[in-house]
Write a protein that binds this ligand. Structure first.
Ligand code: CUK
Ligand code: CUA
Length: 687
């Protein structure tokens, strides 16, 4: 009850605060002509407002003040949405609060991350990272994350899992949203790079990983002279096991595609559930070689007026794969192009002009595709595509793939501006398309079943708002679901140029938060957020209350990889060191403010297995653990058990300590690892 009273008092205070600020905004709006807020007007209005004085002193316009009001999130209050953004070549994922745009976490995925103890000795994370190596001899310590995909139930984000691909090395990672940690990385068995991933089917049965740059399948070699015969595109369907929280490679499969460069994909939903759509470019099959006098890719791959939208019958492909009608490539089942054609799994739709991306409307009725070199966006009707397939309204392309008649399946084209790329949707019948060359976001009205949701004419550009600069993807709240929220839009800009203080020639990217809630009003730019760490491509925004992450691990001794109690969980009083020949095994506990044991005595040449359990149950009582020189750093969240394993190759005295400032006596949370020289007469071998 006392708590409720406090909350009530707090709510009253917030309401009063907003009223004063709104008065100030109204006041500024009345002197909008001048743009510069003037103290005279403030005084004339009879409101002597400290807040207005602050706004004036800072040179804030009425728009600035309203943007501040819409984004300011007082200390202790939480954001309404969480945005999961790829970290681009940082190889990670960001979790960002919306509308505050506060970074809440950088989730380590393809790149080791010492604070989280990811890839710095913790055995589970080392194994997750190693799961994505192309080859044991070629450890990979980064990725180029592109498209995060939240798991879905019935086409709605369910807040359970997050997937993301690594374009550079063709890998897919699985992140568990109970603890926001990466649990699995799978390497694509047939391709060395990808792009059209990850996208989730409406019930997360499949995680889509489409290819991009064609190459011989199975990581093999063939000369570029053999491009048309030996180089291939692909799409991989990873089977996701929700119970286990893992991709099942043994139940997954791929499909061979012509050597066009498949770009982005999207899963059908509702009326188009069971189908997958991927755009492509370079159906010219340009092979580059500018240094040899051949046309450069940038011109060679932009000759034709049309490329091909790939329309893939997922449901039937699953049946074909399950029936074993596949060939093995690198031990992985692949539906050959011939089989795909025989089984009628693949169709093409001509799409203008150097297309990028394909976005399915919330009800699944339309596919929106923009041509980078075409000022229009093109809308295709799924119903018309099905009818054209049914009617045999197609001609085969060079590889025998049926190409549907453009005019038969096109619903409409909407002229938006220069360099249209990606599209998102709201709940009011509007679509939002990024315009790379215009550096703008276009709002346009949909038709068909969306026509009655707003008063604007169907399929019409309504408004454009400038962004800064060179927008790639944009993302709307719940924007890829069957029921977008229509609240916020984030423009993910590639360039920042002059938006922030100069920090040298490598500039941050710029996320710009835009208010799209009111269809009658201008889309309002609310906030600029620099991203100083890699180039995020795509993001998804989920309602924060759909996420139910743990505050502490459910039980003491928790292994976050198996999500169950570790066999090496150690309770207070059970700490011990055991030796078996050269194998030393240590069971340690961590609690504010000591490790037990504090002395660990071993010999050079020992093989060390070291288990540490954080026996805390208090929220946020994380301990770290590092051993100098051995490249080890762990993060032990409350309840967590971690294991490290290493060879004691160098003798000396090593102070291990807790790397999280956990308590007043954190500096005392330390101990000595004594590694005796193997020859007890010599202090150090190199002496
Ligand atoms: S791509 Cu980056 S702006 Cu990799 Cu999704 Cu379009
Ligand atoms: Cu535990 Cu610092």
């Amino acid at each position: 009850m006392a708590l409720n009273n406090r909350n009530f008092g707090r709510t009253k205070a917030i309401v009063a605060f907003l009223l004063v600020l709104l008065l100030a905004v109204g006041l500024f709006a009345s002197c909008r002509d001048q743009q510069e807020p003037g103290s005279e007007q403030l005084e004339e209005s009879g409101i002597s407002s400290d807040l207005a004085a602050i706004a004036e002193a800072r040179g804030l316009t009425p728009d600035d003040v309203s943007a501040a009001l819409k984004t300011y999130t007082p200390s202790g209050t939480h954001d309404e949405y969480i945005l999961f953004a790829s970290g681009g070549h940082a190889g990670q994922v960001y979790a960002i609060g919306v509308p505050s745009m506060r970074i809440l976490k950088q989730i380590a995925v393809f790149t080791p991350e010492p604070w989280q103890g990811y890839g710095y000795g913790a055995k589970g994370s080392m194994e997750v990272l190693a799961g994505g190596y192309v080859n044991e001899d070629l450890p990979l310590t980064w990725g180029d994350t592109h498209h995060p995909a939240l798991s879905e139930t019935g086409g709605e984000y369910d807040g359970d899992w997050l997937f993301i691909n690594d374009k550079a090395n063709a890998r897919v990672a699985v992140i568990d949203l109970r603890d926001f940690e990466t649990k699995q990385i799978v390497k694509n068995p047939i391709s060395l790079s990808d792009h059209g991933g990850t996208f989730s089917t409406p019930d997360t049965e499949w995680v889509i990983e489409g290819g991009q740059y064609a190459a011989p399948l199975g990581w093999s070699y063939s000369s570029i002279e053999n491009y048309r015969d030996d180089y291939r595109g692909m799409i991989t369907l990873w089977k996701f096991d929700r119970e286990a929280g893992r991709i099942r490679p043994e139940e997954s499969f791929a499909m061979e595609l012509p050597p066009y460069w498949q770009d982005l994909c999207d899963a059908g939903k509702l009326v188009s559930d069971g189908w997958i759509f991927c755009n492509s470019f370079n159906t010219e099959m340009a092979t580059g070689g500018v240094e040899k006098g051949e046309p450069a890719f940038e011109s060679g791959a932009s000759q034709r007026d049309m490329d091909y939208l790939h329309v893939i019958n997922l449901d039937r492909a699953v049946e074909v794969a399950a029936a074993g009608n596949t060939t093995e490539v690198n031990g992985f089942p692949v539906i050959s192009l011939d089989t795909a054609l025989e089984e009628e799994l693949l169709y093409f739709v001509p799409e203008p002009k150097s297309p990028h991306g394909v976005d399915v409307t919330p009800g699944g009725e339309y596919l929106v595709i923009s041509g980078k070199l075409d000022p229009h966006t093109t809308v295709f009707s799924f119903e018309k595509i099905m009818a054209a397939i049914e009617a045999g309204d197609y001609e085969p392309d060079e590889y025998g793939v049926p190409v549907l008649n453009f005019d038969s399946v096109m619903e409409t084209q909407v002229e938006l501006g220069l360099g249209p790329l990606h599209t998102q949707f709201d709940d009011k019948g509007y679509a939002y398309t990024s315009l790379f060359l215009d550096s703008a976001v276009a709002r346009w009205s949909l038709g068909g079943p969306y026509a009655d949701l707003n008063d604007d004419p169907d399929w019409t550009l309504v408004q454009k708002t400038p962004v800064h600069y060179n927008v790639g993807h944009l993302v709307a709240a719940e924007g890829d679901t069957v029921s977008p929220d229509g609240n916020y839009l984030v423009s993910m800009n590639k360039w920042a140029v002059d938006r922030f203080a100069n920090v040298g020639p490598l500039l941050p990217q710029n996320f710009q938060l835009i208010d799209i809630a009111n269809p009658g009003a201008t889309m309002q730019l609310l906030y600029d957020m620099p991203i100083p760490d890699g180039e995020p491509h795509y993001a998804q925004i989920i309602k924060a209350d759909k996420l139910e992450p743990w505050e502490v691990y459910p039980e003491v001794g928790w292994d976050p990889i198996t999500q169950s109690v570790s066999p090496h969980a150690t309770a207070a009083g059970e700490e011990r060191i055991e030796r078996d020949g050269n194998n030393v095994e240590i069971w340690m506990t961590a609690v504010r403010s000591h490790f037990t044991p504090e002395h660990v005595e071993i010999r050079k040449g020992d093989h060390v297995t070291w288990h540490i359990t954080n026996i805390e149950r208090a929220y946020d009582a994380t301990h770290g653990f590092t051993i100098p020189a051995y490249n080890i750093n762990l993060s032990l969240e409350p309840g967590e058990t971690e294991t490290i394993e290493f060879e004691a190759t160098h003798d000396g005295v090593f102070s291990y300590y807790c790397t999280e400032f956990c308590s007043a006596l954190h500096l005392e949370m330390t101990g000595y690892l004594f590694i005796e020289p193997d020859d007890s007469q010599a202090f150090s071998e190199s002496d």
